[in-house]
Design a protein around this ligand. Structure first.
Ligand SMILES: [Zn+2]
Length: 318
């Protein structure tokens, strides 16, 4: 169905994949790799060079940055996997039937395969030098070092902070919102503003914070910023706890769809009653993205600028 294409893995879905892979493939050795769709390999190119460089590598741990899975290798290099729309990383036991959608297959020393499956082929895999996740860019200036091997930090150089990091405080969010005239929905989707949030969790966070998606970032009160900060983190944590949303072709590393899709509050609930006040959920389009909100709990930007109607006191805590 067409609407399946509009949802893609966000922070909770990618985090779920990374945590599963950490359990299953940390310590495994990649004896060989097959690239079946060359354009999946973003770096190094050509794909034959990628295969040459990954052969023999040992996986030390698996993590995440923004919406990418990070496969850390024992020698310090990092393989990044951007799942984009329909990508999935699946661990197949020895003798498992082949998968026609597997674009890259990593053969592990114990006979298992780590398969990068991607029906629509938008995802990208890169292999980079390590050296920390920070880009070699500090306060807008390049520091030190002549152009060297492209490092993993540079891949994420333009990404904003991780919303679940302990350093991502309400004060930090307030500083980032300060002086920005952009609409909240637009900003939340902007990966340079905050990493990992996409259409689902942006709508969920705004509903929970009782903020209209079209509010200008610089009109938020301190209390509203605090609410937004808390809401972003709680919807992402809930998403991780439920192993991701089940929309789109997203599947976790076992090939199972997540459960969070059934537990969303506004996303794709157009016309259904708001869980807080019973008002039918509205849908508008912001920057070509479907946006779902409660017109009563999330008062519009015009009324918010003047006398903001008091939102209903009762709040669903789940
Ligand atoms: Zn409501």
């Amino acid at each position: 169905m067409a609407w399946h294409t509009s949802a893609m893995p966000e922070l909770p879905e990618v985090e779920t994949v990374a945590r599963d892979l950490q359990r299953w493939v940390a310590g495994a050795q990649i004896t060989d790799a097959e690239v079946r769709w060359e354009r999946t390999i973003a770096h190094p190119q050509p794909a034959t060079l990628f295969v040459e460089q990954i052969r023999g590598a040992r996986i030390s741990r698996v993590g995440r940055r923004a919406k990418s899975v990070l496969v850390h290798l024992a020698d310090g290099r990092v393989m990044t996997v951007a799942l984009r729309m329909t990508g999935a990383l699946i661990v197949a036991p020895p003798g498992a039937p082949d998968d026609p959608y597997a674009r890259v297959v990593f053969h592990l020393a114990d006979g298992r395969e780590l398969r990068y499956r991607d029906p629509r082929k938008f995802g990208r895999i890169g292999l980079w030098e390590g050296g920390g996740l920070r880009a070699r860019r500090h306060r807008g200036r390049r520091v030190g070092e002549a152009p060297a091997a492209y490092r993993v930090g540079d891949v994420f150089g333009r990404h904003g902070p991780e919303p679940l990091a302990s350093t991502f405080s309400s004060a930090r969010l307030a500083a980032r919102l300060h002086g920005r005239s952009a609409r909240l929905k637009t900003l939340l989707l902007d990966q340079s503003f905050i990493a990992g949030v996409g259409n689902i969790y942006a709508d969920e966070a705004l509903w929970r914070a009782r903020l209209h998606p079209l509010r200008r970032a610089d009109t938020l009160t301190r209390d509203e910023v605090r609410r937004l900060h808390r809401s972003i983190r709680s919807v992402l944590r809930q998403g991780i706890a439920n192993r991701g949303a089940s929309f789109s072709d997203y599947v976790d590393a076992q090939g199972e769809a997540g459960e969070n899709g059934e537990r969303l509050s506004v996303y794709r609930r157009t016309g259904e009653p708001c869980y807080r006040c019973g008002t039918p959920i509205s849908r508008i389009v912001v920057g070509q993205r479907s946006t779902h909100f409660c017109p009563r709990c999330q008062p519009g930007p015009i009324s918010a600028a003047g006398s903001e109607p008091r939102p209903p006191a009762a709040e669903v805590s789940a």
